[in-house]
Design a protein around this ligand. Structure first.
Ligand SMILES: NC(=O)c1ccc[n+]([C@@H]2O[C@H](COP(=O)([O-])OP(=O)(O)OC[C@H]3O[C@@H](n4cnc5c(N)ncnc54)[C@H](O)[C@@H]3O)[C@@H](O)[C@H]2O)c1
Ligand SMILES: [Zn+2]
Length: 368
């Protein structure tokens, strides 16, 4: 086993599973899998044509090294394909190939493949085991762990889903080498998010090592990812169903979702919207007297060090404000913000005055 692989554990009341992070782990996938499930009879890798073309050979070598023979089922991994129809098609293929309750699925791809496979695993024959082998930064730092799986409805994202934890998560940072630069940077804002809300040591690491992280140096990346994953694993372990603490992981997302919607999902990637969302939450927190100026400056500096964020959709602060409330009103809920209180600590805050919100949105720049 590679000595430089890090193992973290996600522990929830119903599940306990390892998350392996390191460079070159695809080649060890079979050996690691066998330790968890000595009898791997029916293994099905679910992936996308692109991911399979880029990294399929490495995964196959890893599986074959442990004498695991797997069948590969490919799916379209565009967000539009994250629908129940895709789950159904895959389930029909599993059945046609004789998959029973002992089947093991391997989600090999980005968040779309991971969410679809997780949901497929949760529902096929009322539940089969699966492992996550995430290949994007977003999937490695965020979607592969936590057990949330699901697909989109016409009326909104991730509205049809389940909680189903994987048996293990294997994150090979090498796989990130082929990610387009913009995709990679967008994922980094989720790493920054974890640092701001829960890990001051990771924050300092990012302050000092952003160039190495941007250059995708395996060691820097492994350290950053392992820390960020630990933040998520800790929080998810205490609050699987998102009733309390797990909300903290939404830092930057309340603003972010509004920006994403206003940009019609086209202009801004999710991670970039979160980047802007962290900026907005930081400025709002400082304005409300909840975050010292020095910490606010440090957060803004780290966000800026990831790169230049694309401009926000052109909308007046009032329009963004209305968008912020749109979803909550539908659900009859209060609007809550996750606000940083100092580096490494955040808090859920309700009842933020409209004037403070509009002023913050105005301050975000003339592009708003
Ligand atoms: N379940 C959760 O907790 C959770 C959390 C965050 C996001 N998500 C979901 O994740 C999805 C977004 O995931 P994503 O950002 O990983 O994007 P994605 O899955 O859409 O992948 C983006 C693109 O990158 C390609 N790709 C994947 N790996 C690659 C690699 N190694 N090299 C080159 N190209 C590669 C894919 O083929 C795709 O074209 C959304 O649907 C979102 O709702 C879920
Ligand atoms: Zn996110």
């Amino acid at each position: 086993m590679a000595r430089d692989a890090k193992t973290l554990w996600v522990r929830t009341p119903t599940a306990r599973y390892p998350v392996w992070v390191g460079a070159g782990l695809l080649a060890q996938s079979g050996r690691r899998l066998k330790r968890l499930r000595p009898r791997c009879r029916q293994v099905f890798v679910i992936s996308s044509p692109r991911v399979w073309k880029l990294w399929g050979a490495r995964l196959s070598v890893g599986l074959r090294a442990a004498r695991i023979s797997a069948e590969v089922l490919l799916m379209n991994d565009r967000e539009e394909a994250k629908r129940l129809m895709t789950v159904e098609r895959l389930a029909e293929k599993l059945l046609a190939r004789g998959a029973d309750r002992g089947a093991l699925l391997v989600a090999f791809g980005g968040g779309v493949v991971g969410d679809v496979t997780g949901f497929l695993a949760a529902s096929y024959m009322r539940g089969v085991d699966y492992i996550q082998v995430p290949t994007t930064l977003v999937a490695q730092v965020d979607s592969a762990i936590g057990g949330k799986a699901g697909v989109n409805l016409r009326g909104g994202k991730n509205l049809l889903g389940a909680f189903h934890h994987p048996l293990a998560v294997l994150a090979d940072v090498r796989a990130l080498d082929t990610l387009p630069a913009r995709e990679y940077r967008a994922g980094l804002y989720e790493v920054v998010k974890c640092a701001v809300l829960g890990d001051s040591a990771l924050f300092r690491f990012l302050e000092r090592n952003m160039p190495a992280v941007l250059a995708r140096q395996p060691r820097a990346l492994r350290t950053a990812l392992a820390h960020a994953l630990r933040v998520k694993a800790r929080i998810v372990g205490r609050d699987v169903h998102e009733r309390g603490e797990r909300r903290l992981l939404n830092l930057g997302h309340t603003f972010g979702h509004a920006f994403e919607t206003l940009s019609g999902y086209l202009g801004l990637r999710h991670g970039e919207a979160v980047g802007w969302g962290i900026v907005a939450a930081t400025q709002l927190s400082h304005r409300l007297g909840l975050l010292p100026e020095r910490d606010a400056r440090r957060i803004l500096r780290v966000v800026a060090s990831v790169g230049r964020l694309p401009p926000l959709p052109s909308a007046k602060p009032e329009r963004v404000h209305a968008q912020l409330f749109a979803d909550k009103k539908k659900a009859g809920k209060q609007l809550r913000f996750v606000l940083p209180r100092r580096i490494g600590r955040a808090e859920v805050v309700a009842g933020v005055p409209r004037s403070a919100l509009v002023a913050t949105l105005g301050e975000l720049g003339s592009r708003l």
